[in-house]
Ligand binder design. Structure first.
Ligand code: XMP
Ligand code: MG
Length: 185
């Protein structure tokens, strides 16, 4: 018999202790709701989801399973974030080979923190003349935002604290956790 997964209330990653923040079933409910909105908004538009690696891989995979309209996925990797602080400079966009001109593009991101990354990414993708460009982010930290970015699909607005799990990492670790954890105070 398949057992119900046990959700740990705390987890230790390297030198830091993290506390349970958003359990997997809550993430799943929210993501299914976002996907339903996308299914309605993009019916007949064959959207292209541009997934920002590494952090968004788990969110994108779960979102994809709830999206039921014809769509495509592409993956990019940005370099800008070090350890638990944002460096604010988007150094490169790796791997977007698709021609996005005339396409309805949805960027899929794990978290918008200072929004410096997303601001840059949106500007760079706009130059490639998509038919439309929107952002789906699992998390955003409204208090940390330093740039105005229009976030159409937001899973959770959270306080300005460091989170891991469900794709997000601390120094490369913790991405495999099915639940979201927050750094202990
Ligand atoms: P900015 O500040 O440019 O940062 O909006 C966006 C990127 O920084 C990473 N990030 C985090 N990663 N826990 C993480 O594991 C966090 O609390 C966190 N805040 C920002 C993330 O990769 C995002 O794409
Ligand atoms: Mg990210």
């Amino acid at each position: 018999m398949r057992q119900k997964p046990i959700i740990a209330r705390v987890t230790q990653i390297k030198d830091k202790r993290f506390e349970l923040f958003i359990p997997a079933p809550e993430l799943s409910d929210k993501i299914s709701g976002l996907a339903q909105r996308i299914n309605q908004d993009y019916a007949g538009l064959d959207p292209l989801f541009v997934v920002v690696l590494n952090g968004a891989f788990m969110f994108a995979a779960d979102l994809a399973k709830f999206v039921s309209i014809p769509c495509q996925f592409s993956f990019i990797r940005l370099a800008s974030y070090q350890n638990t602080r944002s460096t604010g400079t988007l150094t490169e966009i790796l791997g977007l080979r698709e021609n996005i001109a005339g396409r309805h593009v949805v960027i899929v991101e794990d978290i918008v923190d200072t929004a410096l990354t997303m601001h840059q990414l949106v500007l760079q993708l706009q130059q490639r003349q998509p038919a439309s460009l929107q952002v789906a982010t699992l998390l955003c930290k409204p208090e940390a935002m330093q740039k105005p970015v229009d976030l159409k699909y937001v899973g959770f607005e959270i306080a300005n604290r460091f989170v891991v799990g469900y794709g997000l990492d601390y120094d490369g670790f913790g991405r495999n956790l099915p639940d979201l954890y927050v750094l202990g105070e």
